[in-house]
Design a protein around this ligand. Structure first.
Ligand code: UDP
Length: 238
């Protein structure tokens, strides 16, 4: 049977927090579930992924504890590479060929970030996992997700959230009456200070007309649904 032609290209952002199931490190059961959902969708769409590193280190937190901010951010970026390697492994176990590209060069571990090569991988049906963020301190992986989506020509950034299932009128953890928003513009989200995704990521997408869908990944099947174009969560547009 010939391989299906995958025309839709998407970029998925996975937070590191999800990988650790609330603890430091990676939880194999969680990764297996996430990888199975991605591998299923990869039969139909071209997928690249930006992974976070919050399950290892967040630069800002280490800086608050007295470390130099830039050095702490590099530790954060190295954490994302560990997550990228773990995800690659589970993707391959789930039957989806995967490549890791790192923004910080580490030849034995990952390819360097080469956008044209990333596109070629996707055209060949490989999932591309981007590690090490942008390779730059003071950035977050949300912002990198927006940038990579623009550079590799994805049509949408899919931001998978741990704990919330989209953009709310206020933080649902502190405002139990907050309501899920179905659709909103970047401008309004920024103006209302809705912080579910970084403001830098919002403005980069706003300025370049990139759509974003924010959805909750805790319900089984949601990652596949979002990858395949289901309207779950919140759509954010320019
Ligand atoms: N980071 C960075 N530059 C980047 C991407 C990430 O300095 O381009 C660092 C930053 O310290 C951040 C950490 O890596 O706190 C982990 O990334 P992030 O907090 O975005 O992960 P997530 O919250 O999505 O798990």
């Amino acid at each position: 049977m010939p391989e299906p032609e995958r025309q839709r290209r998407v970029l998925l952002k996975l937070s590191g927090e999800a990988f650790g199931a609330g603890r430091m490190g990676v939880d194999p059961a969680v990764l297996r579930r996430i990888a199975a959902e991605i591998a299923e969708a990869a039969k139909q769409v071209q997928i690249s992924i930006v992974v976070g590193g919050g399950n290892f280190f967040r630069g800002a937190q280490l800086a608050d504890a007295g470390m130099d901010r830039a050095r702490a951010d590099y530790m954060g970026m190295l954490g994302t590479v560990m997550n990228a390697l773990a995800l690659q492994d589970f993707l391959e176990q789930a039957g989806a060929p995967a490549r890791v590209q790192s923004a910080i060069e580490m030849r034995q571990v990952a390819e360097p970030y080469i956008p044209l090569r990333a596109k070629r991988h996707m055209e060949k049906g490989r999932v591309v996992v981007f590690g090490a963020g942008a390779g730059l301190p003071y950035f977050s992986t949300d912002t990198v997700a927006a940038q990579r989506a623009l550079e590799v020509g994805a049509t949408v950034v899919l931001v998978a959230k741990n704990g919330v299932d989209g953009v709310y009128t206020a933080d649902p953890k502190t405002h139990p009456d907050a309501e899920l928003i179905d659709r909103i513009t970047y401008y309004e989200a920024l103006q209302r200070g809705l912080k579910v995704v970084d403001s830098t990521a919002f403005s980069l997408c706003m300025d370049n007309g990139m759509d974003m869908r924010v959805f909750g990944m805790n319900d089984g099947g949601n990652i596949s649904r979002a990858l395949l174009g289901d309207g779950i969560g919140t759509l954010v547009t320019a």
